[in-house]
Design a binder for this molecule. Structure first.
Ligand SMILES: Nc1ncnc2c1ncn2[C@@H]1O[C@H](COP(=O)(O)OP(=O)(O)OP(=O)(O)O)[C@@H](O)[C@H]1O
Length: 232
């Protein structure tokens, strides 16, 4: 709850909010560039100080966070990056699970031995997704997780994520209305200045919804119009 909104550097970014993110479901957060989506995600992740008078349910230890930048460690290979959490905790990594997740995001055994500098942007994002899923947390916060991958890979990664993240509490920031409509149980659009969220309807059916479904395509058109209104 943000009774007085949130300002960054003296500039109001988020307006008054009283937001409950549904547990065990995926909430997609859309809105124009600069509307405060990442700020809201970082607040929920505990990466921003909570302003005076506000309350944010502490989620320490429960959250896996996939940022817009892949944040791969340059001196560890792909497998080393996916198992980074266990490494930092001083635990033995589950290498079989790490390899299975890398295969699931479409990376080969040879890729697993590469350094991040040898990968394309899309491959790096796939490693970041595998690392996020490796953490096996009940709450998963994702900031434009598939923005750097080509359309067929994005489609495959969306379907994969929906399967692997089913039953978890997911907050997904995306610019892609189709992605939100395929994956979300609830969609919020941030708009206005300072920004506040408005809920828009999602199509029937469980995620991942088929991209070619006529109801989903109609909802995509409506959501695009809604987003255009949020910009103006
Ligand atoms: N540390 C900061 N100090 C001052 N202003 C900030 C800071 N971080 C973000 N902002 C401002 O807050 C606003 C919201 O930024 P944010 O990154 O949350 O937007 P966004 O909706 O995620 O944008 P995009 O879709 O482009 O990633 C922007 O105007 C940005 O300039």
């Amino acid at each position: 709850m943000l009774p007085q909104g949130l300002a960054l550097g003296g500039v109001p970014v988020l307006g008054q909010l009283d937001l409950a993110i549904a547990g065990g479901a995926t909430t997609a957060l859309l809105g124009p560039s600069g509307s405060g989506k990442s700020t809201l995600l970082r607040l929920v992740a505990g990466l921003l100080p909570v302003p005076a008078g506000a309350s944010v349910t502490p989620l320490a230890g429960q959250v896996a966070y996939m940022a817009q930048q892949d944040l791969l460690v340059p001196w560890r290979d792909v497998l080393g990056n996916v198992t980074m959490g266990a490494h930092l905790r001083g635990q033995a990594p589950d290498l079989a699970r790490a390899r299975a997740l890398l295969a699931a995001v479409g990376l080969t055994e040879a890729d697993a031995r590469k350094q991040p500098a040898q990968l394309s942007g899309g491959m790096r994002q796939r490693v970041a997704l595998a690392r996020t899923l490796m953490e096996d947390r009940p709450v998963v916060l994702m900031d434009e997780p598939f923005s750097a991958v080509d359309a067929p890979t994005r489609h495959r990664m969306q379907s994969l994520s929906a399967g692997l993240l089913a039953g978890r509490t997911v907050l997904l920031v995306t610019h892609d209305p189709l992605e939100a409509l395929r994956l979300a149980d609830r969609i919020l659009v941030l708009g206005g200045s300072p920004a506040t969220p408005a809920e828009v309807p999602v199509p029937d059916g469980a995620p991942p919804r088929p991209a070619g479904d006529p109801a989903l395509l109609a909802a995509q058109a409506a959501l695009l119009e809604r987003l255009a209104e949020a910009v103006s």
